[in-house]
Design a protein around this ligand. Structure first.
Ligand code: NAP
Ligand code: MG
Length: 488
């Protein structure tokens, strides 16, 4: 067995490699994007900050019910007069144009996302923005092929889609929602999260640049009440939400008994399962990617490591050694692996649940590192000695905190993995194909990754079982969620 010290001795130091922020032009204040223009709201405004420095970035309008009503009216007009009448091949041209502009302005989008959200530039640059462009390209390709979507000869859009998204992948969640909605002929009113509105507002500028007809996309910024106003608006035909299970349940109650269609993408507590025949170094990379990617602010994060008992010591030793090489700090530094926690509120929640882990008797190990004095930071952390009854094994921490459990047999692994109210994702690490397929058949999770983790592709449907929500985004099911058969 490899013996490693708690903190690996660095072989060399990295020189700072900050990406320049001069490419972004953050305005002192932003209005709402309604009917193709930026307008002042009727309500108040709020500040968005950089979570790595606590610097105020901009003042953003907070849409009230009257603002949401204007946005829905603009979306309805654009739907009736322009967008639903336009041939799919014409809609496709706009979506292709948007996709290309996203690529052209990719560095600007990535830098702005990292500043407003706190995620490392290498993730926003290499994962978020390329996947955003890929979603627009993919659904642009569907816009003139809707009669092949499996819904009959002439499937119809729902009308106006109200969309509410979280802060962990601000631009990517926007793309998951806006691209299929527009391809199918719907118009949208979208609310980004309160802590990360800036890339959605830059996307609004991209819609202007692409000459998208006014009212097809409307962006209304605000907090929970703005989201609630969108969901409850009587002229919204389809609601799409990504966020917490708690708010998802409230939304399900709001739309119950109405004609509104709804898809909910909610929380998760995924098991990442490592068998004794897995290639250990690859599995360790997969564990790190599973829980420390995006500071663990990932609904499908592999937040429960289930490791086969006979290799648990070796896997944990190597995991600790690998974790000690993770670089935490300035999100704009190209060498940074772990950025800032998105908000003070989220940091508080991560700290509280970790303290519950201590109190329940689990053993905490964290990377020894100096945390910046400003901003919101939490070191990569693992808890061992975790039992299924512990809250840190059951509740979503939504931060860089891994709970480690062990198992002896595949049956026990399945029992433990499925012992959760969630069912969004899972990972299996094994050299044996038949075991991987058996596990995939028995795991109650919408996505099962084999010998990899956190891989996203626009062609692949994504969504949950149980309290992780219903409906799928991505691929053909993600398009069908924005369509109804001609007879419906
Ligand atoms: P959240 O509190 O549910 O917020 C999500 C969005 O809903 C935000 O835009 C939020 O606005 C808004 N909102 C809050 N209350 C609302 C209400 N009553 N009616 C309508 N909208 C409302 O979730 P979060 O804490 O920001 O995000 C973390 C959660 O999202 C985690 O549980 C995570 O698992 C889940 N998530 C799931 C997926 C998935 O695909 N399944 C993806 C990402 C995240 P404000 O931000 O302004 O409060
Ligand atoms: Mg922010």
């Amino acid at each position: 067995m490899v013996k490693v010290p708690d903190t690996a001795t660095p072989f060399f130091e990295y020189a700072p490699a900050p990406e320049s922020r001069s490419i972004v032009d953050i305005k002192p204040s932003y209005g709402l994007f309604v009917d193709g223009e930026f307008v002042d709201g009727h309500g108040r405004s709020f500040k968005t900050i950089s979570p790595s420095t606590e610097e105020v970035l901009a003042e953003v309008a907070e849409a009230d019910e009257a603002d949401v009503d204007l946005a829905v009216k603009a979306a309805r007009r654009a739907y009736t007069r322009v967008w639903s009448r336009m041939p799919g091949s014409e809609r496709a041209k706009y979506l292709f144009r948007i996709a290309r502009i996203i690529q052209e302005r990719g560095r600007e989008l990535a830098v702005l996302e990292s500043i407003d959200n706190g995620k490392p530039i290498k993730e926003s640059r290499d994962v978020d923005v390329p996947t955003v462009a890929a979603h627009f390209f993919y659904y642009a390709g569907w816009a003139d092929k809707l009669d092949h979507a499996g819904l009959g000869a002439d499937p119809r859009p729902h009308g106006v889609a109200g969309q509410v998204i979280p802060w962990n992948f601000p631009l990517l969640m926007l793309a998951w929602k806006v691209a299929p909605a527009l391809a199918a002929g719907n118009t949208v009113v979208l609310k980004p999260a309160e802590t990360t509105p800036l890339t959605a507002l830059l996307f609004a500028e991209i819609c202007q640049q692409a000459d998208l007809p006014p009212g097809v996309v409307n962006i209304v910024t605000g907090a929970g009440a703005t989201g609630q106003a969108i969901v409850a608006h009587p002229d919204v035909d389809k609601v799409a939400f990504t966020g917490s299970t708690e708010v998802g349940k409230a939304i399900a109650r709001t739309v119950a008994g109405t004609r509104k269609k709804v898809t909910l993408e909610l929380g998760g507590k995924a098991a990442n399962i490592v068998f004794d025949d897995a290639p250990v170094d690859q599995a360790v990379e997969g564990i790190v990617n599973g829980i420390f990617f995006n500071q663990g602010h990932v609904c499908c994060a592999g937040s429960r490591l289930l490791v086969q008992e006979n290799v648990a010591d070796e896997v944990l030793e190597r995991l600790k050694r690998r974790m000690s090489t993770l670089r935490m700090g300035d999100p704009l530094d190209k060498n940074t692996d772990i950025g800032a926690i998105n908000s003070g509120e989220q940091l508080k929640r991560i700290r509280e649940l970790s303290e519950v882990g201590d109190a329940e008797g689990a053993e905490r190990w964290e990377v020894a590192c100096d945390l910046p004095t400003k901003g919101f930071w939490f070191p990569p952390t693992i808890f061992t000695g975790v039992s299924q009854a512990h809250r840190i094994a059951r509740e979503e921490i939504f931060g860089p905190v891994l709970s480690v459990l062990t198992f002896r047999t595949p049956h026990e692994a399945v029992e433990k993995a499925n012992n959760t109210p969630y069912g969004l994702s899972a990972g299996v690490w094994s050299d044996k194909g038949s075991r991987i397929l058996w596990m995939a058949n028995h795991l109650r999770a919408g996505v099962v990754w084999a010998n990899t983790f956190n891989k996203f592709d626009p062609t692949s449907p994504f969504g949950g079982y149980k309290e992780s929500g219903y409906g799928r985004e991505g691929g053909l099911p993600g398009l069908a969620a924005y369509l109804k058969g001609a007879d419906a």
